[in-house]
Design a binder for this molecule. Structure first.
Ligand code: NAG
Ligand code: NAG
Ligand code: NAG
Length: 557
């Protein structure tokens, strides 16, 4: 066994030793044990350098795209992977054969119970974009999963009792999404630097639960976000091998589904499956983030300006090409091709509106089924019935056996030409409104936010500010007024939106977060500054380090 030292490791996150919930015995001190910390420190010391290099590569690709001379395409150096028809993914793992409806949500205790109680096959438990990564959210997320897996998640609040209605093993299969490579966990410092959030989230969960999950007949399963290159998938694969070896678990036990939610990754789908090989459980279409990435990476090129966000849909040429390519490749390699998110939530006070929203969900799921997806996402338990109903038409647990053979060329993935696409003043306003509302909630510690009857995650705010950057940068003409979008125009509408949100705010104590959100948003929407991610831009605002690090000799073994 490798020896890990905790010299030069500082824990700055509070380790409560009293449970947050009645009838829960587990505390952060039970998940951040000495053994678990040593494990994540080992991962970080071994792999942090590669992680940083890969993040740096993303910027190199951006510079090449910006130069206008380089066009995104398939990599020549991996042609042998694409051209070799003989390799496939591994046999499907228990609990991951039928994934017709997957529910998603952050590991907040009540939401976790509700998700496990819903009528779905699988559950993407999210430490990433639908969670605001406060220390408390992240560490209690681990506590909640630890308890769920051990059938001790039931708890009471003054208002309500939450109870699993089946044993964990009979409940939907849990698939954990750790934070992406770009994020750090600032409450743990290794050799003076914050630890990789991906390795922290993955490591703590894996260390405590992998064996238990295998004993129960399932396994440690993951969703991997935001990758932009197949070598980023290789890094995960290397981590999986070290992690399995460390705990004495057979290599190939882990399964990971990769979200194809960046434009560069769409050119490397086969390579990504190949890198994960025995650990792959397919790919997923992460639609909002994919739109975000497409705008982000193409933002400085004329000819790729996207119209108002409601005109960018799954049937837009570049989106349709991405879906078709993903299904072709997944099924050729014998792994799942998962669909995208229905963000709708029930509209309780308006039956007509509700019916229209639910019909929209059904149509979207029907499109996914007929395209060839094996299952799809919902953000709310009430939507599960619709998705189940549609995907039951497969008549089988999945349709991996069906290889549709769509024709998709490299340039189809760049076809952002949307017929009738226009940009309007209202389009600017909608973007600012959604962006501000989301960021306000995120800064308060909530990352899963209902806005206009849609359950939004960080991608929504990212799409907002990228669109505004792009419209200002390319001096787009507004269809309603004929005006050109300028920095002063977006600033003016931002100010109006802040005032409007404050005027209708029912919680004046939160107004400071609206103003803080606007402060960060402004340089971005004026096109003066472009951050890679809002979540990294805002992160320092939610970091709450202890003045004095935790004495590591007091950690539980
Ligand atoms: C992480 O990588 C950077 C860059 O290679 C390096 O300077 C730093 O020392 C590394 N940190 C740890 C904890 O290994
Ligand atoms: C965009 O699509 C329209 C309608 O199909 C077509 O007339 C136009 O030439 C296309 N523009 C580009 C830049 O491809
Ligand atoms: C608005 O869009 C319509 C439809 O594309 C177009 O015919 C019209 O000329 C546009 N108006 C302005 C002011 O750009």
């Amino acid at each position: 066994m490798v020896k890990v030292t905790l010299d030069n490791v500082q824990l700055l996150g509070k380790l409560d030793s009293t449970p947050l919930f009645t009838n829960s015995k587990t505390t952060p001190a039970d998940v951040l044990t000495k053994g678990a910390l040593e494990f994540v420190v080992l991962l970080h010391r071994t792999f942090n350098k590669t992680r940083l290099q890969l993040l740096d590569n993303r910027q190199k690709v951006q510079k090449k795209i910006d130069s206008g001379e380089y066009k995104l395409g398939y990599l020549p150096e991996t042609k042998f992977i694409r051209d070799d028809p003989t390799w496939t993914g591994p046999p499907l793992s228990p609990g991951l054969i039928d994934r017709s409806t997957e529910i998603t949500g952050p590991p907040v205790r009540n939401m976790l119970v509700n998700a496990l109680n819903s009528d779905v096959k699988t559950y993407m438990t999210d430490f990433e974009d639908s969670a605001s990564p406060t220390w408390e959210n992240m560490i209690y997320g681990q506590v909640n999963l630890y308890d769920a897996i051990r059938d001790q998640i039931d708890f009471d609040t003054p208002k309500k009792s939450y109870k699993l209605n089946k044993r964990f093993i009979e409940s939907p299969t849990v698939i954990v999404r750790p934070r992406g490579w770009h994020l750090v966990e600032a409450h743990v410092l290794v050799d003076g630097e914050p630890i990789s959030a991906s390795m922290f989230d993955f490591g703590i969960y894996f260390y405590h639960n992998a064996r238990k999950l295998i004993e129960l007949g399932k396994g440690p399963y993951f969703y991997l976000p935001k990758m932009e290159h197949h070598l980023e998938a290789k890094l995960w694969n290397d981590i999986f091998n070290v992690a399995q070896d460390y705990l004495g678990i057979q290599r190939g036990t882990i399964r990971a589904t990769v979200l194809i939610e960046t434009l560069p990754a769409a050119y490397q789908m086969e390579e990504i499956i190949y890198q994960l090989r025995t650990h792959s459980s397919g790919l997923n279409c992460g639609r909002w983030d994919y739109i975000f990435s497409t705008i982000k990476r193409l933002r400085n090129l004329p000819g790729h300006v996207l119209p108002n966000r409601d005109q960018v849909t799954m049937t837009s040429p570049f989106m349709n090409a991405y879906v078709e390519r993903l299904i072709n490749i997944c099924h050729s390699r014998q792994v799942h091709a998962m669909g995208g998110m229905a963000a709708q939530i029930p509209i309780k006070d308006d039956a007509k509106k509700n019916e229209a929203a639910m019909l929209k969900v059904r149509k979207d799921k029907e499109r996914e089924l007929s395209k060839g997806h094996d299952g799809s996402w919902v953000a709310h338990p009430a939507l599960a019935a619709i998705c189940n109903d549609v995907f039951n038409n497969m008549g089988t647990a999945n349709q991996i056996y069906w290889i549709p053979n769509y024709e998709v060329s490299a340039s189809d993935l760049l076809n952002t030409n949307i017929t009738g696409g226009i940009v309007t003043t209202d389009g600017i306003r909608v973007n600012l409104d959604i962006g501000l509302q989301y960021m306000e909630a995120w800064l308060r510690g909530s990352g899963c936010v209902p806005i206009n009857y849609l359950m939004e995650d960080a991608a929504t705010a990212e799409v907002s500010r990228c669109q505004l950057y792009q419209w200002v940068h390319h001096k787009v003409k507004l269809n309603d007024s004929g005006e050109i979008v300028t920095p002063d125009l977006t600033s003016k509408i931002l100010k109006e939106q802040v005032e409007a949100l404050i005027a209708k705010s029912k919680t004046p104590e939160n107004n400071k977060y609206i103003e803080l959100a606007a402060k960060y948003f402004e340089p971005e929407i004026r096109g003066e500054h472009f951050s890679e991610f809002l979540t990294t831009l805002l992160y320092d605002e939610i970091v709450t380090p202890l003045d004095k690090p935790v004495d590591l000799s007091t950690l539980k073994p």
